[in-house]
Design a protein around this ligand. Structure first.
Ligand SMILES: NC(=O)c1ccc[n+]([C@@H]2O[C@H](COP(=O)([O-])OP(=O)(O)OC[C@H]3O[C@@H](n4cnc5c(N)ncnc54)[C@H](O)[C@@H]3O)[C@@H](O)[C@H]2O)c1
Length: 276
């Protein structure tokens, strides 16, 4: 039996979008074909398009992008701002959405808007595990969770540009230094490009107000390190991920791009689907 091909739109042609599109263009995801690209940066669209055999059309207008014939799935891998601005537009058309900038969904108004758009059109929002694992276990015990904490440790240069790092910009950090300690709801506002992990974890578990986040800048960090501690009447979990930064964007873990590819592959494959 031949496999149906899913026509995919990529919203954000940076490090992750490129990785995803190249995977879909190869035999790693045989069920997907990238037919439309969207970005605010025309050069990013042109550079990616030139490397794809599927000759996708490029767009800088979101309405034209979602109207591209045959697109049934959009992968957002742009930014929190792009997700807030465009995710509902995608979902209102009934197109499914894989959302990598999960931090956008910790805003209750955005969450409600996206779910209303999806419910009214039959669209669907998929938030991949991204730069961590264990989300399946957190979801399974969600109603029994009493505490969830995330400690994220990164090289100082991976935090530059974040509003929460403003007072540290240009200063030399010579030892592990706590930059932030507080609820995930504040962390995603102060570190929008760094703590999608906090967002995904809190969306799966006890929510952004109750999930505790510590951000550490460490000049000797072995990578982007995420440690998750969760406890409740089910027992205790401890997960640690020591991720290599993506070669084209040190703020992004390589695992996040690989997780996006796996989500796309799972969406386009017949299965079997292993794990929740
Ligand atoms: N879920 C996770 O665990 C996880 C992990 C790492 C990164 N991320 C997120 O995934 C997203 C992509 O990461 P990346 O490393 O590819 O980033 P990147 O900076 O390499 O690329 C982002 C691309 O999106 C484009 N873009 C940004 N804002 C846009 C907008 N408003 N409209 C259209 N295009 C826009 C940029 O021009 C760029 O080409 C980021 O939001 C990042 O925070 C999620």
């Amino acid at each position: 039996m031949t496999q149906d091909i899913v026509n995919v739109g990529i919203l954000g042609c940076g490090a992750m979008g490129r990785e995803l599109a190249l995977a879909a263009d190869s035999d790693r995801i045989p069920g997907a074909r990238v037919t439309a690209l969207f970005d605010i940066d025309e050069n990013a669209i042109a550079a990616l398009s030139a490397d794809l055999s599927s000759s996708p059309d490029g767009y800088s207008d979101i309405d034209a992008f979602v109207a591209h014939p045959g697109v049934s799935l959009v992968v957002e891998c742009a930014s929190q701002a792009a997700a807030k601005a465009h995710a509902a537009t995608v979902l209102k058309t009934g197109i499914a959405l894989i959302l990598m900038s999960s931090s956008a969904m910790t805003d209750p108004d955005v969450y409600a808007e996206l779910m209303e758009a999806a419910n009214s059109s039959g669209g669907k929002v998929i938030v991949p595990s991204g730069a961590i694992g264990g989300i399946d276990a957190i979801r399974a015990v969600e109603h029994l969770l009493e505490s969830v904490t995330l400690t994220t440790t990164k090289l100082p240069r991976a935090l530059t540009g974040a509003p929460g790092f403003a007072e540290w910009e240009g200063k030399e950090i010579t030892e592990p230094t706590v930059i932030f300690d507080g609820p995930a709801s504040d962390a995603v506002r102060l570190f929008p490009a760094n703590v999608n992990v906090a967002a995904t974890l809190s969306l799966a578990g006890i929510g952004p107000t109750e999930t505790r986040v510590t951000v550490v800048a460490d000049p000797d960090a072995p990578g982007n390190v995420h440690q998750i501690d969760a406890s409740g009447s089910f027992g205790k979990f401890k997960f640690e991920f020591v991720n290599s930064p993506h070669p084209n964007n040190p703020k992004t873990s390589y695992l996040a791009a690989l997780a996006a590819i796996e989500s796309l592959r799972t969406y386009c494959d017949r299965g079997p689907r292993i794990g929740t």
